[in-house]
Write a protein that binds this ligand. Structure first.
Ligand code: FES
Ligand SMILES: [Fe+2]
Length: 372
């Protein structure tokens, strides 16, 4: 049986389709961003609108069989549950019968979700399958969201114009690498800070103490590919980083002289106004370990796994003390060496259903991301 609940890269079994309504996401015509900006009391920073795409809702290991979780997402709540066979479902919180919040007292019974109010049961396809009372089973269903589970996380799709998923995040095969270290931060400030971080060449020097960073960026297959060389404690290091959408980043670090590689995957999720979650998954590979017996290798990687977590935790804290208080992203006054940041602004604008600060509307008319 496929084990889904441990901190592994194991994938979920293919889920049978569940009726998914895109109507839960309000339709909205493309408008200037200013129309969507709001200010919080006591905080002069405007709240930016949220992008479209896939957003991490939790780590897979948080959603055990039979578990029901509530997660914030873009000023609303979503409910996640996992059936006893391991299927993951992400739904709108409210029962279609009389509106009970299914995250407060809802429970999994086998493959069904049972509402805490009148105990109607809803099957994995979303429809009501049992009332416990005489008479026909009513035609009503949960409002499901598009969901995926891979790379150790559960994702849900958001599109502010009600479109179904038009791209997929890649599944990464990390066999031969250390087991992943998981880090989760609750952040203040702008969700957009995370993606912009990946193209901010100067901060790798001033914040992370990499020596002499040099960066280039280009759009390849609709993804923003970043290359950086620098030194780390005097040793040459290289970073190949891919931004898949406004929320998802994959970074591959290499220090050739040490035979050391690290893959850092970062997933950003806007929770509510100026609050967001940053989930980081770090895996390591040491080339010389490949020559050693599998038992020794896995013992060494087990020792290194906490170090990977500490390193990614420490590195992200170097950023977040700036991010928590940073002003409006987007409208930059960039210097000559910061062309990757300018390219990022144009590239990321495709994920918004309104104009993005600093990007001319003509650059956002035609989405760069392919419909699949
Ligand atoms: S509100 Fe859910 S069963 Fe009645
Ligand atoms: Fe950073």
């Amino acid at each position: 049986m496929t084990v889904l609940l441990k901190q592994t890269e194991t994938e979920a079994p293919p889920a049978p389709p569940m009726h998914v309504s895109d109507a839960a996401t309000p339709l909205r015509a493309r408008q200037p961003m200013a129309a969507h900006m709001k200010c919080l009391p006591g905080d002069a920073r405007p709240v930016l609108p949220y992008p479209n795409g896939w957003f991490a809702a939790c780590f897979s290991h948080e959603l055990k069989r039979g578990a029901v979780l509530i997660r914030p997402l873009m000023e609303r709540e979503i409910v996640l549950y996992r059936t006893q066979s391991g299927l993951v479902r992400v739904i709108e919180p409210y029962c279609p019968h009389m509106g009970a919040h299914l995250g407060h007292g809802g429970r999994v019974e086998g493959e069904n979700l049972v509402c805490p109010f009148h105990r109607l049961k809803f099957g994995p396809e979303g429809g009501c399958v049992h009332t416990g009372r005489a008479g026909p089973t009513p035609r009503m269903a949960l409002t499901a969201r598009h969901a995926r589970e891979h790379n150790g996380l559960v994702f849900t799709w958001v599109h502010h114009e009600g479109h179904s998923p038009s791209w997929e995040l890649p599944v990464h095969d990390m066999s031969g690498w250390s087991r992943p270290a998981f880090v989760h931060h609750e952040q203040e400030g702008y969700f957009q800070n995370s993606g912009e971080n990946s193209v901010d060449v100067i901060h790798f020097d001033t914040i992370h103490r990499f020596g002499q960073p040099e960066m280039s960026a280009r759009v390849v297959d609709n993804q923003l590919e970043v290359r950086m060389s620098a030194t780390l404690m005097g040793k040459p290091m290289f970073l190949h980083l891919t931004n898949y959408d406004a929320a998802t980043m994959y970074g591959h670090f290499t220090v050739p002289s040490l035979g050391l590689q690290a893959v850092v995957r970062a997933y950003s999720t806007p929770n509510t106004r100026l609050r967001w979650s940053l989930r980081i998954v770090t895996t390591l590979k040491v080339e010389r370990f490949a020559r050693w017996p599998a038992g020794v290798r896995s013992a060494l990687y087990a020792l290194m796994k906490p170090l990977a977590g500490v390193w990614s935790d420490r590195t992200s804290h170097q950023d977040t003390r700036i991010w928590d208080h940073r002003g409006l992203p987007g409208s930059f006054k960039l210097m000559a060496e910061e062309r990757p940041a300018a390219l990022y602004q144009r590239w990321v604008s495709q994920f918004y259903s309104c104009d993005f600060p600093g990007v001319k509307p003509s650059a956002t008319d035609r989405p760069l991301h392919k419909e699949t």
